[in-house]
Ligand binder design. Sequence first.
Ligand SMILES: [Zn+2]
Length: 270
Amino acid sequence: MKKNLLLLSSTALLFGCASAGSVSTQDEVQIGAQEAQQVNAQLPMVNDAQINNYVNTLGNRIARLTSRGSELNWQFQVVNSSDVNAFAIPGGYIYVNRGVIERASNMSELAGVLGHEIQHVVKRHTVKQMAQAQNANTGVGILCGITSVCNSGVAQAGIQVAGTAVFAKFGRGDEIQADEGGFDNVLRAGIDPRGMYTFFQKLLAEQQSSGGGGTAGWFSDHPGTQDRLADIQKKITQAGKLTGLQRDESAFQTIKARVNRMGPAPRPQR
Ligand SMILES: [Zn+2]
């Protein structure tokens, strides 16, 4: 408890009335590391080295070639939730739910999701979001439930409620940027960016047939998916010939099988 308070205080010091532009990379990294610690402690994580290594390797393959590739220590982890979702926090920490791996048919579909989240970090949407949550007092963190500092406004950079990244709700403009940049990120890494399109299409189909369920979090955290499909389609057309790109690899199918063999994910507490 005491540790939480300390973390919150330092976050508040760094962020007090901050705008994204005034947060240095050094601060971003420090805040990200603290938040990552909280996320790791509060969310059920997949503790399978093979699965985590694979996602980390694939994520780094994409992230390293971005404009912030060497500036951040990119880290990728898998959350033990079968709901489909992914989120990024400042400093290059990316989380992807196992539900994404369960639904992805091939490596390029998982890569599309990672490329999108990476772009939120590259464009510093995560920093902007956090600063806004701090200023607007709108963040609702799980920390609020376990500490008494919420009313001070200090805890407004709090992070998670039951597996949903509360402050990771970006606007439609940021989402389009993340799609377009994410598309380029994946392509730059030699991976077929059409996986992003087919994966989003799959999510829409699931949402329409099941009325939400396991995809509700995705659609709430990533607004405008339907419109964005048309935008991604445009990127595909503009890209011209998409040949010689990697769509799948056996290592992906191996870890997907491992995920499928795991016991059921813990039910999210809502
Ligand atoms: Zn997004």
